[in-house]
Design a protein around this ligand. Sequence first.
Ligand code: COA
Length: 153
Amino acid sequence: VTAPGVAIRPAEPGDHARVMAVLDDWWGGRRAMRDMLPRLFFVHFRSTSFVAERDGELVGFLAGFLSQTEPEEAYVHFVGVGPGERGTGLGRELYERFFAAARADGRRRVSCVTSPANEGSIAFHTALGFEPGPPQSDYDGPGEDRVVFSRAL
Ligand SMILES: CC(C)(COP(=O)(O)OP(=O)(O)OC[C@H]1O[C@@H](n2cnc3c(N)ncnc32)[C@H](O)[C@@H]1OP(=O)(O)O)[C@@H](O)C(=O)NCCC(=O)NCCS
């Protein structure tokens, strides 16, 4: 069930600019996140990427894809909910939409990666049933430590 007044739909190329406009703000301005979310997700991964709108205003999004290499896996690259909408279940609903799309394609596992410093993301993914692996040093390059999360579908 979608949060009252919020509609979730597959992403479109035109959504990329709208996400860019809010991304660094939504992530607390800690890191330049925009560079990590290129337009290609809104062009080539539209059936597994979603945007949430309230009265036409962007309030959340999820960018994910079906693994091209691992036939049973799907992967979420980014998920974000506007600060004013957090804690109402919208992040969970975006993931549920993704889980349904992945299951429909026969996927059995979803993974994602987050920074060990992002405590909110770790708490959120744990609440959704993801299990964390150990923090991995330099996972995404020098100084870029990451935790890999995984959840069965
Ligand atoms: C992480 C984020 C997407 C969560 O979205 P949200 O809509 O607030 O999450 P929900 O309301 O659906 O919460 C789902 C569950 O996660 C828990 N949760 C979410 N954020 C949490 C936090 N910061 N601390 C503790 N628990 C949290 C909720 O308590 C809830 O648990 P419950 O269902 O057992 O009650 C949102 O806070 C966000 O956009 N943060 C900044 C961007 C980011 O870090 N994204 C993730 C990395 S890509």
